[in-house]
Design a binder for this molecule. Structure first.
Ligand code: 3H9
Length: 681
C-alpha cells in the first residue's frame, strides 16, 4: 500500500511510500482519501502529520498519467478534504516537495521542513500551470509578488528561504517527525489558506520581464494571467479558473514536448555500462589553463572536489589560478558558493603547477589543451608515463578522434572523451565520448564524475564533432548556403531567435570567435568531398583578421553600443554571390528554419544510424542543453516524429533537387519512412 496511517498518542501520521519520488499517482490519491476519511471520523485525535518515506516528500503529480484521462479522486479533492479536517494538519517535508506535492503541503495547515528540503512549483517547466490549488493557496500564504516569482519561474526554494517567506513554519535541524510532533504540541489553531484573501500586487513589469525570458514558451505567461485574473477573487472561483487553464495546457503541444524532454533527460543515464563500477575520483588533474581548463577546474571545485591544474610554466600557472579564482569569486557574488568555501579553495583546494609530474597522484586527468590532434597525442604520451597505472585519462576535445588519442597510450581502455561546453562551470551539458576500446568502468567513471559535477551527461560515439558539433556543423553549412543564396546573416539570426533560440548561428560564431571555425575548416579540408558545396565567406572574413566580437567585427560590427550588420562582410557576401553567379533571392523566416531543422534532423538520423547516439532523445537532450534549442519544442528528433518521418523525407527530397550532395537523405530516414515508423520507436 502506498499510503499508511498510524495513530499514536492522539497524533495520526499519514505516510506516503511510493518510490522513487512519491509521485501522487492514482493509488496514492486513493490511499490519502481513505486515510483522511478515517481521520475525520476519529474524535480521539489531536493532530495529523503528513509525511513521506524514502528520499523525498511528494515530488508532484505522476507525470506519466498526464497523457491519459484523469481518474478520481483528483488531487484537488484530496487536498480540499485534508484542508477541511478540524484538527491541525502539519506537513513534514524532506527532500523536494514539488508541484502537486507542494500543493498537498499547502493544503496542510502548517509546514515543518527539514533543513535540507526544498519546495517549488515547477509546473511551468512542464508546459502547464499548478493544477491543484498552487496559484490560489500560495499567494494567500506569502503574498502575490513572491508567488509570481516562484510560479512563473518554477524555481526551488530552500528551507531557510521558505522560512523567511512564511512558507515553512519551522525548520527541523535533526529529527523532522519529532519536530512536527513538537509543533502540534504547541496546539496551533486550524488555519486554512482557502479562508484567506489574496491581494493583487507585483504585476507591474512582470508581463514584460516574463515574456522576454520565456522566448515563446506559453506556460509562464499563462500562469501570470491566472494569478492576475484571480487576484482578489473568491477562492472557489479562483480554483475553477486555475482548473480551466490547467486542463487546456495539459495536452498542449508545448506540454507534450516538455514532458518528452523531461523523460529524455532521465533516459540518458541508461547506458550499456550502467552496471560497471566507476573509479572514485577525489582529485581530478587538469592540463591547460585556458578558457576550457579553468572552467572545468571551477566546475570541479564548485562540486567540492580538489583540483590540480598544470600549465606549461609558472607564469601561465599563476595566470590560470587567477582565472579560476576569478570565476569562483563571481560564483560567490551570484550566491552559488559560500565565502568560507572560496577561502578553503584558495588556501589549498586548488593547486596550480608547471610540473606535469605533479599529476602522478590524480585519479583522473582531463586534458584541455589546444584543439590539435598532434598536440594532444604528445601530451597523452607524456601523461601515460606519469599518471598512476589505474588513472583514467580524458580529453576535452570537441571534434577530434578520441580513439586516435587513446591509441598513443599504453592504456587505451582507460581513455575517454569528456566534451564540456563553455563556460564549463555554468553549462550543464557534457558529452561522454566513448572510443572503441574504452572499458565499461572508464565510461561509468565519466558518468559518475558528470553526476558529481551536476552535469547532464550524454553518451556519444567517436566521429567528427560527436553529437552536438556534428549537427551544428550540418546546420551551419546550411545557414551559409542560405546566406550565399540571398538571406543576410541578420535575417537568418532573426529567424533562429524567432524560433526560440537565444541567438542566431552567426551571432554565436562571432561570440565564440571565427578563428575557431576557420581552424576547424582548415583541419577538415583535406577530407572534404569534392561534391560538397563550399562557401568561402567566413574564410575571407578571417583572412582580414576579423574574428568576431573579440576583434570588434565579424558578421556584425561591435564598434557601437549594440552590434549592427558589418558593411565589409556584407560586401564580401555580395562579391562571393557575384563570383559564383548567384542571383540573391529572399527567404522567409519559416523557410529558413525549415531548412535548418531538416539539416539537423537528417544529420541526427545519420548519427543514430551509425550508433553515435544511443537514442533520438539523447540527441534532443544535447541540442536543448548545449545549443539553445528551445526546450518547449522538444528537440529536432521530437519535431521530426511530430511532423512525420515520411513528410520530412519528402521535404528533403525536394531540396535535394537543388543540392543533391547536402540533402542526400539518411538511410535510417528512408527505412523509417518506408516502414511508416518513428524515431521514438
Ligand atoms: C504537477 O505536480 C501538477 C500539479 O500541479 C497538478 C496536479 C493536478 N512523475 O529525476 P530522477 C521519475 S506536475 C512520474 O532521476 P532525482 C523519473 O522519471 C509535476 N515520475 O531523480 C525517474 O524514473 P526512472 C511537478 C517521476 O533524485 C525517477 O522518478 N513535479 C516524477 O535526480 C527518478 O527521477 C515535477 O516537475 C513525476 N512527477 O530527482 C518534479 N518525478 O528511474 C519532477 C520523477 O524510471 N521531478 N519521476 O527513469 C524532479 O524534478 C526530480 O525527479 C526530483 C528527483 C527532484 C524529484
Amino acid at each position: 500500500m502506498p499510503v499508511s496511517l498510524t495513530r499514536d498518542d492522539g497524533i495520526a501520521v499519514i505516510t506516503i511510500d511510493n518510490p522513487p519520488v512519491n509521485a501522487a499517482s492514482h493509488a496514492v490519491r486513493q490511499g490519502l482519501a481513505d486515510a483522511i476519511a478515517a481521520i475525520a471520523e476519529d474524535k480521539t485525535l489531536r493532530g495529523v502529520i503528513l509525511a513521506c518515506a524514502g528520499k523525498t516528500f511528494v515530488a508532484g503529480a505522476d507525470i506519466r498519467e498526464f497523457g491519459k484521462p484523469p481518474v478520481p479522486p483528483s488531487l484537488r479533492d484530496v487536498i480540499a478534504a485534508l484542508e477541511a479536517l478540524t484538527i491541525p494538519v502539519v506537513a513534514a517535508i524532506h527532500g523536494t516537495a514539488l508541484g502537486g506535492g507542494f500543493e498537498l503541503a499547502l493544503g496542510c495547515h502548517y509546514r515543518v521542513m527539514d533543513r535540507n528540503a526544498f519546495v517549488g512549483l515547477p509546473e511551468v517547466t512542464l508546459g502547464i500551470i499548478p493544477g491543484a490549488g498552487g496559484t490560489q493557496r500560495l499567494p494567500r500564504l506569502i503574498g502575490m509578488a513572491p508567488s509570481i516569482d516562484m510560479i512563473t519561474s518554477g524555481r526551488r526554494v530552500p528551507a531557510k528561504e521558505a522560512l523567511e517567506l512564511g512558507i515553512a513554519d519551522n525548520v527541523a535541524e535533526h529529527d523532522l517527525l519529532a519536530e512536527a510532533r513538537a509543533f502540534i504540541a504547541t496546539k496551533p489553531a486550524v488555519r486554512r489558506l482557502c479562508d484567506l484573501l489574496s491581494i493583487a500586487a507585483g504585476f507591474t513589469d512582470a508581463h514584460k520581464q516574463i515574456s522576454q525570458k520565456a522566448r515563446g514558451q506559453a506556460s509562464p505567461l499563462r500562469a501570470l494571467d491566472v494569478l492576475e485574473e484571480t487576484a482578489g477573487m473568491d477562492f472557489a472561483q479562483g480554483m475553477a479558473r486555475e482548473a480551466e487553464v490547467f486542463a487546456e495546457l495539459r495536452n498542449s503541444d508545448q506540454a507534450r514536448a516538455l514532458r518528452y524532454i523531461f523523460f529524455a533527460e532521465r533516459e540518458i543515464a541508461k547506458i550499456p555500462e550502467a552496471e560497471a563500477r566507476p573509479v572514485p575520483v577525489a582529485q581530478p588533474g587538469i592540463i591547460g589553463g585556458g578558457l576550457m581548463g579553468t572552467g572545468i577546474a571551477a566546475a570541479a571545485l564548485l562540486a567540492g572536489l580538489s583540483v590540480i591544474l598544470v600549465e606549461r610554466d609558472r607564469p601561465s600557472a599563476d595566470l590560470a589560478r587567477d582565472r579560476v579564482l576569478g570565476l569562483l569569486r563571481a560564483s560567490v557574488e551570484r550566491g552559488k558558493l559560500a565565502q568560507s568555501d572560496f577561502d578553503r579553495i584558495a588556501a589549498g583546494g586548488l593547486r596550480t603547477t608547471a610540473a606535469m609530474a605533479d599529476l602522478s597522484t590524480a585519479d583522473l586527468v582531463i586534458e584541455a589543451a589546444f584543439e590539435d590532434l598532434g598536440v594532444k597525442q604528445a601530451i597523452f604520451r607524456d601523461l601515460d608515463s606519469i599518471a598512476k597505472p589505474e588513472a583514467i585519462l580524458a580529453t576535452n576535445t570537441s571534434y577530434l578522434d578520441v580513439g586516435a588519442i587513446a591509441d598513443v597510450t599504453s592504456r587505451p581502455k582507460q581513455v575517454i572523451g569528456l566534451h564540456f561546453f563553455s563556460p564549463a562551470h555554468i553549462m550543464k551539458l557534457l558529452e561522454v565520448v566513448v572510443p572503441p576500446n574504452a572499458a565499461p568502468e572508464t565510461v561509468a567513471t565519466g558518468f559518475a564524475l558528470a553526476r558529481k559535477l551536476g552535469k547532464i551527461a550524454v553518451r556519444a560515439g567517436v566521429c567528427d564533432g560527436f553529437i552536438g558539433n556534428r549537427i551544428l556543423s550540418a546546420y551551419r553549412k546550411q545557414a551559409e548556403y542560405l546566406m550565399e543564396d540571398g538571406a543576410a546573416p541578420a535575417e537568418i539570426d532573426a529567424a533562429f531567435r524567432g524560433f526560440g533560440l537565444p541567438m542566431g548561428v552567426f551571432e554565436m560564431q562571432d561570440m565564440a570567435g571565427l578563428d575557431i571555425v576557420w581552424a576547424n575548416r582548415k583541419a577538415l579540408s583535406p577530407r572534404r568531398d569534392p561534391r560538397e558545396r563550399y562557401v568561402r565567406i567566413v574564410d575571407l572574413i578571417c583572412e582580414r583578421g576579423r574574428f568576431g566580437r573579440k576583434t570588434g567585427s565579424g558578421y556584425y560590427n561591435y564598434a557601437g553600443k549594440s552590434p549592427v550588420p558589418d558593411e565589409e562582410t556584407l560586401a564580401i557576401i555580395a562579391e562571393e554571390r557575384r563570383r559564383n553567379g548567384v542571383t540573391a533571392r529572399g527567404f522567409t523566416s519559416d523557410e529558413i528554419m525549415d531548412r535548418i531543422l531538416l539539416a539537423m534532423i537528417n544529420e541526427g538520423a545519420r548519427i543514430l544510424d551509425e550508433g553515435i547516439a544511443l537514442r533520438p532523445g539523447d540527441i534532443d537532450v544535447v541540442m536543448v542543453n548545449g545549443y539553445g534549442f528551445p526546450r518547449w519544442r522538444g528537440g529536432p528528433m521530437f519535431i521530426a516524429d511530430e511532423i512525420g518521418v515520411k513528410e520530412i523525407l519528402r521535404r528533403i527530397e525536394i531540396l535535394a533537387r537543388e543540392d543533391a550532395w547536402f540533402w542526400r537523405p539518411s538511410a535510417l530516414l528512408i527505412r523509417l519512412a518506408e516502414a511508416g515508423g518513428k524515431f521514438a520507436k
